[in-house]
Design a protein around this ligand. Structure first.
Ligand SMILES: [Zn+2]
Length: 501
């Protein structure tokens, strides 16, 4: 597992301008290379990191172009592999999966075969010495295209550079007079045989972690610093192999099968084991929200554009806070608990307590970072992540499956009106989410209505026998009868004698 560590640098403006020139050319080339790769993907069905690049289209040197192509192909492959997973889920959760006939069986095997080997855009595919018929190929192609159209293709407009030793090297200083800096970055520029040398300051975090230094350097523009024609701040980072997961000093982690996680802003993470992590996040966010809103209103009143250096600083502070908090909570959690599988709801970081502006900011960054961090940890600790639909999970009782709006008596309190169970609302939600795993009826692409039907159905399967035998004036029966979620089921439960109308 790789991790990156940023290094402060002491490059002067002239050198920085040379780096910027490389970065601009790099982004241009990345776009062109990506276009060529897509073309070849749709025609031949393949993405090739060794593909020939026509040098006359680019101003970068050949060695840069190769590096750039490696990076572009990596991004595209990972994007395609996400679509591949969706394809598999789509087939496995479709009605085709339940088709018992011989043709249905063959069709789904063929579709999964095409998907597994990434052959959607091939002209001819042979499976077990038999060519797959063209109509199946067409079906696979159309399904895959539809999944592709649901997402934006990766954009290379703002990418940073991931450079290998062909064009960038970090070395210890060779001359004594350069020794005040522990490392120097040697970077090729657009002019052949005219590299520049940039002094780097040690990063104590990188020094403190075990693991090998990799011959990789990343150069990125720090987020949110480029505006109004100003170029932004360049960050130089070095890639390191992460330290091994298990260590003798730390207490042994608890091994669990499946961990449900409820994500929110009041409690950042609640687990199905009953832990509440990252509490009072909202207070800090509210304070930042007030500051940002005040600044924005003030600037609007004066007729100025909202964005300013101060505004960006505040927004950056918010991002950093959220990012650190997500990192801290998730790192801590997975150091203590090692699940085989993590079940999360489709993430939603909105909160009625925050302004619209802040909701938008938090929603965008929070979701990306949470997902990124979780993916990183899943790679590090080797657990699977499954996403399920979040609807009604906060209103459903984990003990008796009863779902009702008034089960949730306040933001943090849960009180089941059917079995009387009282609990903190967030861990209860996490348990409900955990139980929705591997069930097609709770897949994230279902509608809210379908989720409600499934939840109500689950409750009725367990209790309808007992409910239908209840007296007209029984308290429990009145509770269920008065619940609008069960409106469609009243007649079936108590035919001929309903108390309400
Ligand atoms: Zn209950």
């Amino acid at each position: 597992m790789m991790r990156t560590y940023p290094y402060s640098h002491a490059a002067h403006t002239k050198k920085l301008n040379l780096v910027w020139a490389v970065l601009h050319a790099y982004r241009q080339s990345a776009k062109k290379i990506a276009n060529d790769q897509w073309k070849s993907f749709f025609i031949t069905g393949e993405i090739d990191k060794q593909a020939l690049i026509c040098a006359s289209d680019h101003i970068l040197s050949d060695r840069y172009l190769q590096t750039c192509q490696y990076q572009v192909v990596g991004v595209l492959k990972s994007w395609i592999s996400n679509r591949k997973n969706e394809f598999r889920m789509l087939v496995m959760h479709s009605s085709l999966w339940e088709d018992p006939t011989e043709e249905g069986k063959r069709l789904r095997i063929q579709l999964l075969f095409i998907n597994k080997h990434g052959l959607w855009f091939k002209d001819r595919v042979v499976m077990q010495k038999e060519a797959i018929p063209p109509e199946v190929m067409r079906l696979a192609r159309n399904l895959f295209r539809r999944l592709m159209n649901k997402h934006n293709k990766p954009s290379f407009r703002h990418i940073g550079m991931a450079l290998d030793a062909k064009v960038a090297r970090i070395e210890k200083p060779k001359k004594a007079r350069n020794a005040q800096f522990p490392y120097w970055l040697t970077l090729s520029t657009l002019t052949p045989r005219k590299p520049i040398h940039i002094p780097l300051v040690e990063n104590p975090y990188a020094l403190g972690t075990d693991g090998d230094d990799k011959a990789f350097v990343q150069i990125n523009v720090r987020r949110g610093t480029a505006m109004d024609g100003r170029a932004g701040i360049l960050d130089i980072a070095r890639v390191k192999e992460a330290a091994p997961v298990f260590s003798l000093e730390r207490p042994r982690p608890q091994i669990v099968d499946t961990l449900g996680i409820d994500v929110g802003l009041r409690t950042l993470v609640a687990t199905s084991m009953g832990e509440l992590l990252g509490r009072n996040l909202i207070d800090r966010l509210c304070r930042l929200d007030a500051q940002i809103s005040r600044l924005a209103t003030e600037r609007q009143r004066q007729g100025l554009p909202v964005r300013s250096r101060r505004y960006d600083t505040l927004v950056n502070r918010l991002r950093t806070f959220l990012k650190n908090e997500i990192g801290r909570v998730l790192n801590g959690l997975f150091a203590r608990v090692h699940p085989a599988k993590v079940v999360i709801e489709s993430l939603d970081f909105r909160s009625p307590d925050l302004s619209r502006r802040l909701n938008r900011l938090v929603q965008n960054f929070g979701r990306t970072w949470f997902r990124q961090k979780l993916d990183m940890l899943s790679e590090q600790y080797g657990f699977l992540v499954e996403e399920v639909h979040a609807a009604y999970s906060s209103q459903t009782c984990k003990s008796c499956d009863y779902v009702a709006k008034n089960n949730r008596s306040s933001q943090s309190k849960f009180h089941c009106r059917f079995c009387g169970r009282k609990a903190h609302a967030d861990p209860n939600g996490a348990c409900v989410i955990r139980r929705r795993r591997s069930l097609a009826e709770y897949a994230p692409w279902r509608s809210k209505r379908q989720i409600l039907q499934a939840t109500v159905g689950c409750f009725l399967k367990r209790w309808s026998g007992r409910l239908s035998g209840m007296q007209v004036d029984s308290a429990l029966r009145l509770v269920v009868e008065g619940n609008p979620y069960f409106a469609d089921h009243r007649a079936a439960l108590w035919p001929g004698n309903t108390t309400t109308d």
